[in-house]
Design a protein around this ligand. Structure first.
Ligand SMILES: Cc1ncc(COP(=O)(O)O)c(C=O)c1O
Length: 469
């Protein structure tokens, strides 16, 4: 699939890489350089100089496809690009924390080399559970009792009693018969989709679905179709036209969309899927622990628990750990335990994480005030950002995009906010469409009013300087 914007994202999950086919710069010509074709090592030095001159790309997109007989050619070219964006202080990737991922973090500033405190507005640690005392204590205790690693894949020798407890707890939390746990959320989506779909099946995705869903669909060999974001008429048209052409059909949506923070309309989606004999799968990465009266996610929010066929979630966001899970009917989970390759062929979750997520579920169930505080903070921040004149799209949850639609301004906004002590991430095409590039903020329950006011002040200042508001 190489035509639409989002389809290109399938080729390249790194933001910005999908423009590759538009401009394909060439690496140095080996013959012109007087070097033997294929002598890739000898070409390194000459190539660096040539690429410096030839580099015309202005974004990550240009470096996905690169004509060079050396597979390292693109990396060599990319090194020049990186040096350029670093000089502009536009490379904010991998800023290094020297503290936990709390509402305030200490980082080693990549531009000064100094350790400094920042307000963290980019963590998925929505409830602050990565360092909640009960969660940390559970991890320490489990490490003492079960050791540091699980020692094997779940099917062979890696299933411990805490893994079984966690799967039961997650199934109950999501109102499903059974659940299975993966060592990464990404692996969970891959496993569930490639485990259930086959060539001859049809899978229909919202255009803003997460890259792990897109990759899982590709891996399955099923035919993938995409509908514009939450355009249910377009979804229905695809299903109608599919008619009897395909064997099985599945519709996949994020419950809460990871770049926009809006919520999928599950009741309508359930009706459409039933009408067309399609299964519905939702990705609850950003909904679990955040929305619904008890934090059980999108089905609870809409009052449709038990009506979604496959519920995927991560353990890495509000649950404060790492890993993913899939919950569904018992027979589906039994099947996936054998046919989901990332489950079958990857070592089970470490005991510390398994126990910490169990403790996180306890906290979510017994300390609802954390979720209430999160929602107070969401309302305060989004209300004030909108009043300042920022375009937040249809943000409804803890993910708050400042939509700008100009890559340079987005980079400058993120750089300025970094200077002002606010840690945010810029987001570009193809993670979002080109016209909607943005700075993305994430709210946590542990943010204080002072954190939020500092953020608002900095956003107002940077936004005015750049003419964004
Ligand atoms: C919507 C969505 N699904 C899946 C994932 C993958 O989860 P993990 O980071 O736990 O591997 C993410 C992570 O960013 C996500 O945002």
């Amino acid at each position: 699939m190489r035509t639409g914007e989002r389809e290109s994202a399938i080729e390249a999950p790194v933001p910005g890489v999908a423009e590759a086919r538009v401009r394909v710069p060439r690496g140095p010509d080996a013959t012109a350089e007087g070097l033997a074709p294929g002598d890739v090592h000898a070409r390194d030095a000459a190539a660096r100089a040539t690429v410096e001159e030839e580099r015309i790309g202005a974004s990550l997109a240009d470096y996905f496809q690169w004509e060079d007989e050396d597979v390292f050619g693109k990396a060599r070219a990319f090194a020049g690009y990186l040096a350029e964006i670093r000089a502009r202080q536009h490379d904010l990737y991998r800023r290094t924390l020297v503290s936990s991922s709390g509402h305030r973090v200490h980082i080693r500033d990549p531009f000064t080399g100094q350790v400094r405190e920042m307000v963290m507005m980019a963590s998925n640690n929505y409830l602050g559970l990565t360092s909640h005392p009960r969660v940390v204590e559970a991890a320490v205790r489990a490490t003492r009792e079960y050791g540091a690693g699980a020692g094997s894949v779940p099917l062979l020798a890696g299933t411990m009693s805490i893994h079984r407890q966690l799967e039961e707890r997650l199934a109950a939390f999501k109102g499903c018969e059974d659940a299975m746990v993966f060592a990464a959320g990404y692996a969970g989506n891959l496993g569930a989709l490639a485990g259930l779909l086959r060539p001859g099946d049809l899978v229909v995705n919202d255009i803003l679905n997460h890259a792990s869903i897109v990759d899982g669909c590709r891996m399955s060999g099923a035919t993938s179709k995409v509908f514009p974001h939450l355009n249910l008429r377009a979804l229905e048209r695809i299903l109608e036209r599919a008619g009897g052409e395909f064997r099985g059909k599945m519709v996949v949506v994020d419950g809460v969309f990871s770049m926009d923070g809006d919520i999928a309309p599950l009741p309508e989606l359930i009706t459409i899927c039933r009408r067309h004999g399609a299964r519905l799968m939702i990705d609850e990465a950003h909904a679990t622990g955040v929305i619904g009266k008890h934090g059980r996610g999108t089905p609870e929010y809409w009052g449709v628990e038990g009506q979604v066929d496959v519920v995927f979630g991560t353990l890495s966001k509000a649950l404060g750990g790492v890993g993913g899970f899939v919950a569904s009917r018992r027979e589906v989970i039994d099947y996936l335990r054998i046919f989901a390759r990332p489950y079958m062929f990857s070592t089970a979750l470490p005991p510390a994480v398994t126990a910490s997520v169990l403790a996180a579920l306890d906290v979510i169930e017994t300390e609802p005030e954390l979720r209430e505080q999160l929602w107070d903070n969401i309302r305060y921040l989004t209300g004030n950002l909108r009043a300042l004149g920022f375009n937040l799209g249809n943000a409804q949850t803890a993910i708050v995009p400042l939509i700008i639609g100009d890559d340079y301004k987005v980079n400058e906004m993120a750089r300025r906010l970094h200077e002002l002590g606010i840690f945010v991430n810029p987001v570009f095409y193809p993670a979002v469409s080109r016209k909607l590039s943005r700075v993305r903020l994430s709210v946590m329950a542990t943010h204080t009013r002072e954190d939020l006011d500092l953020t608002l002040e900095a956003c107002a200042r940077a936004g005015r300087e750049l003419g964004v508001i």
